[in-house]
Design a protein around this ligand. Structure first.
Ligand SMILES: Nc1ncnc2c1ncn2[C@@H]1O[C@H](COP(=O)(O)OP(=O)(O)O)[C@@H](O)[C@H]1O
Ligand SMILES: [Mg+2]
Length: 296
């Protein structure tokens, strides 16, 4: 029987779904925390120690979570993923893809560089310059969003609405990520999450936030929506630009009806999405990993 390492510190529902899905292909899955892996550099030995895989490396690794931590810790976790791939173990999504998407500045750069629509964004170090940008935006009638460079699930995101908000404009560990606020089309607050696997948009939902923050983790309601061609193409192109096997792409439809990509998640959850559609996401992910990376 083949064996898959699922990197996670919190297997939960997603872990169970994946384990069941991999079992249909004859693969056993073990949950492993990246915090428990190590390099042991000794001539003639396997240099990567992964708990439960002491004797044989996994046939593949599925990345369900990369813990936060100091820069050194996060670099080490990513190094384990890079090392696995260099040792010819398929990593889904691989360390480079995770790296590109965890860093919101890099994501924004790559989207724009590929000619994909994404909001006006500034990523910089200097507080005085950040204040000048923010003031100018406010004066010209725009609202601004400030995000932690490595944030997820809506954590630490603020909206700057008026000059007095600038007093608490703070960097995330020395870096300012400022983005023009995009007013969404339709009633209330919402954005769109498109789930892409191997170049296909397999499901999409509207997330309706209690306020402008539309993360499911922040209490947004999920509604199934039809996958429009333009939305699907944008999500697929964004996923390809970030070179991911699969992704959860956050898109806003603005008040002029144009789609703009906010974020491309390399470790997206799918419990909320699955609560409103009958696509078995874990099965599609396992099928794709096995077919393209293990049977190829
Ligand atoms: N430029 C923006 N304009 C309007 N809403 C935004 C903008 N950026 C983020 N948001 C809202 O905040 C949510 C979280 O932002 P996102 O960049 O996806 O970070 P996270 O990694 O925390 O999910 C988005 O889903 C969206 O609802
Ligand atoms: Mg997001």
């Amino acid at each position: 029987m083949g064996r898959i390492a699922i990197f996670t510190d919190d297997p939960g529902w997603h872990g169970r779904q994946l384990r069941t899905a991999f079992a249909t292909h004859g693969y056993e899955s073990d949950f492993v925390s990246l915090t428990e892996c190590r390099f042991v550099i000794k001539a003639g030995k396997n240099p990567l120690y992964i708990p439960s895989f002491e004797h044989d490396l996994p046939d593949a690794a599925f990345v369900r979570g990369v813990p936060g931590g100091s820069l050194e810790e996060v670099v080490l976790y990513l190094d384990f993923l890079h090392a696995l791939k260099l040792m010819k173990v398929p990593v889904y999504n691989d360390g480079r893809a995770v790296e590109r998407s965890v860093d919101k500045g890099m994501t924004s750069f790559l989207l724009q560089n590929a000619g994909l629509p994404t909001p006006l964004t500034w990523v910089l170090r200097d507080r005085d310059e950040a204040l000048v940008i923010a003031e100018k935006e406010l004066r010209s009638g725009h609202l601004l969003i400030s995000k932690p460079l490595f944030g997820s699930q809506g954590a630490g995101i603020r909206r700057i609405e008026k000059m007095t908000d600038l007093m608490w404009l703070t960097s995330s560990r020395g870096v300012y990520y400022l983005q023009r606020f995009v007013h969404c089309a339709g009633e209330g607050f919402s954005d769109i999450r498109v789930f892409v696997i191997n170049g296909i948009a397999v499901a999409a939902m509207r997330r309706r936030g209690k306020s402008w923050l539309n993360n499911v983790a922040r209490g947004a309601r999920c509604e199934l929506i039809e996958i429009e061609t333009e939305m699907a193409e944008l999500a697929v192109n964004a996923t390809a630009t970030l070179a991911m096997d699969y992704a959860g792409v956050d898109i806003i439809k603005d008040q002029d009806g144009r789609y703009t990509v906010i974020e491309v998640n390399s470790i997206p959850a799918w419990k909320g999405l699955e609560s409103v559609c009958d696509v078995n996401i874990a099965q599609l992910l396992a099928d794709d990993l096995v077919k393209r990376h293990l049977q190829a």
